[in-house]
Design a protein around this ligand. Sequence first.
Ligand code: NOJ
Ligand code: CA
Length: 541
Amino acid sequence: MKQDWYQSAVGYEIYPRSFCDSNGDGIGDIKGIISKLAYLKDLGIDFIWITPMYASPNVDNGYDISDYYAINPEYGTLEDVKDLIQQAHEMGIKVLFDLVVNHTSDQHPWFRDAKSSKTSPYRDFYHWKKGKDNRPPNDWIGFSGLSTWTYDALTDEYYFHLFDQKQPDLNWKNPKLRQAIYDMIRFWLELGIDGFRIDAISHIQKADWDVKLQDSKGDGAYQPFMNVSGIEAYLSDMKAIYEEYDALTVGEASGVSSQEAPKWTGRNGYMTMLFEWEHNYRFETGKGDVVKFIEILDRWQVDMQEQRWLGLYLENHDLPRIIDTFGDGSDSSAKAFAVAYFCLRGTPFIYQGQEIGMTNGDFKTLEEFNEPKMKRRYESYRQLLADKEAFERAKAWSKDNARTPMQWDASCYAGFSTVKPWLRVNSQYREKNIALAQKDEQSVFYLYKNLINLRHHSQAIAVGNYQRILVGHEAVFVYQRQSQTESCLILVNLTAEKVSISMPKVIRDKNWRLVLSSEKEGLKLKKSLSLPAYFYAVYQI
Ligand code: NOJ
Ligand code: CA
């Protein structure tokens, strides 16, 4: 079976602001990343994806770009980037950057010019319009929960934005804009990066402005900008460029269903793989529904069989930590979830800190948060709930939970910086940090090392097909991965309780060898099995 390199590879997401501060200003930076490449090599990962480091006013911590060709001085220089690429490559680590082309910052020279006059040559790089009676052109609501239109008095029109009003959306219908973006993509690939994680890419095409929210189906409010027809041409243009450089590309594709997604990836798709968004489902309290989680992962696995490919993840810089949302706060739960997703078909990504089971930030006051939406969310909960409960509810959802500084060791500020960092260090750092985890073979860290090793060496885990095995308990996730020469069985209890299951004969009759397990001896696969809380095991033939 022909195998592509990324099928047995593991990615690692770096949120540079919180990874490692090399110059003592409390902000992570490129030299800090370089200083930790040896650590990443030891962990065993194959490539890193670094979230945006381009020039930015940081309204959305880098996802609001004011110059696509410049590095934010907080992080370093273009020379530092070249160094990073070179040193990573010398260690055999590939480097992916973030490609943010749905929107720019409102401080980007294109937008500043566009805003200055209706006749600006850049006016049409963005979406400008006015509705009847001076109202916004339509009733669409963006991801901020507010109107997608902001009025600009100078030229007496509204401009369109799916995210913050300081992140105006680019007009992909304009060929000049497309050319400018394609040139920029080439610039970074020429510089030597190995590919991109592509931000918000399923939204670059919008429905006609006269589509009304009440006419949209399914996911309702977001339909007019989710995978809208016409997007295919733009994705194909970009694919042609990626191919010239043999780039690895991972699309963030919310709103692309598991039925539509197969078209997007694999040899004939628009990108190498995509991140689905459905399994991020959380209850409003910040707790996840494990049964639904398994169902969604399973459906995506089935719908993406054959040549299709997924980026697998539990955490990223936008989500609260898995250990608090789906787990019970224990390292055992962190490990069970790690095994559950890591052996699926696709390329697993680890988000910084996940490999030691970092928990949600322990923020005490509203002022300690950086996420702009936090305050608004708190105020809306406050209308219904008492102060403390409103705070907890708003906090449970905050992106800042996963953005607290990386916990390297037990020294002051967790070894992340020598001064007070831009965001509060989680006070658990004295008990939970990389240095300690590396000394404890039972740590979450060593489980990840073992899983990475397994992914590198098992053909079944890399390219085998996927089949769920039903065992009579919906929160126990059991699946088989089979290649031509090898089979793996993955068995995980994703609950904090002991549960009984029954193992089908076709499975228990095979001569499995235990590869790794939460129990020293694993469990013999009998008809009736009692699984301890957060039990996991991987078997192989
Ligand atoms: C997804 C990114 O992960 C998130 O952090 C950002 O706010 C939005 N896209 C907008 O760029
Ligand atoms: Ca710094």
